[in-house]
Design a protein around this ligand. Structure first.
Ligand code: THU
Length: 156
C-alpha cells in the first residue's frame, strides 16, 4: 500500500510577519554577522525564543577539522538549554547569508542532525516548537518540528 505524507506550513512574506515573528527573524538575521565560516563562507544565524521571554542567538562556528564545527541551530539550542534549563524553547528562526553576503533568496532549512536535536528539544519542552525558515523575502512557518522530521528516531 502506498502512503503519502503532507507537510503543513505557511508561506509568509517577510514584511507580513507578526511583530513577534519579525523580531525573531531579525535576530536570526543579526546572528549571521556573528558566524565564523572561513571555509564555507555560508553564514547561518539562529534565534531561539524561550518560554521565559528571552531570546538566544547562535551562529555556525566552523573549524579546520571540519567535523568539529557546529551549525547555528545547535549552537543556539544547546546554549539556550544549558543556560536556561527551566525554560522551554517556544520557537526558532533560521537565516543565512551566502558568499555574496546577501540573505539567501531561498528559506534556509536545518540539516538532519539539527532536526534530530530540534525534535528532542521539542520532546523536552513538552509542547510544539514553531520554526521560521527565513529567506530574503519569504518565510516558511511550521507549527511543529514534527513536520520537519517524520519517521523520527526516538530511543526512549
Ligand atoms: N549550517 C548551519 O549552520 N545550519 C544548517 O542547518 C545547515 C548548515 C552551516 C554548517 C557550515 O558551517 C555551513 O553552514 C555550510 O554547510
Amino acid at each position: 500500500m502506498e502512503n503519502t505524507l503532507t507537510i503543513p506550513y505557511h508561506n509568509c512574506a517577510y514584511d507580513d510577519l507578526s511583530p513577534a515573528d519579525r523580531t525573531l527573524a531579525d535576530k536570526a538575521r543579526e546572528a549571521t554577522y556573528l558566524s565564523y565560516a572561513p571555509y564555507s563562507h555560508f553564514k547561518v544565524g539562529a534565534a531561539v525564543l524561550l518560554s521565559n521571554g528571552e531570546t538566544v542567538q547562535g551562529s555556525n562556528q566552523e573549524n579546520a577539522a571540519f567535523g568539529a564545527g557546529t551549525c547555528a541551530e545547535r549552537c543556539a539550542l544547546h546554549y539556550a538549554e544549558s543556560q536556561n534549563p527551566n525554560a522551554t524553547v517556544v520557537a526558532i528562526a533560521i537565516a543565512a547569508r551566502g558568499t555574496d553576503d546577501a540573505f539567501t533568496h531561498q528559506p534556509i532549512a536545518p540539516c538532519g542532525i539539527c532536526r534530530q536535536v530540534l525534535i528532542e528539544t521539542q520532546k523536552r519542552a513538552g509542547h510544539d516548537i514553531r520554526v521560521l525558515l527565513c529567506g530574503h523575502d519569504t518565510v516558511l512557518c511550521l507549527d511543529s518540528v514534527r513536520h520537519l522530521l517524520p519517521f523520527t528516531f526516538d530511543s526512549f
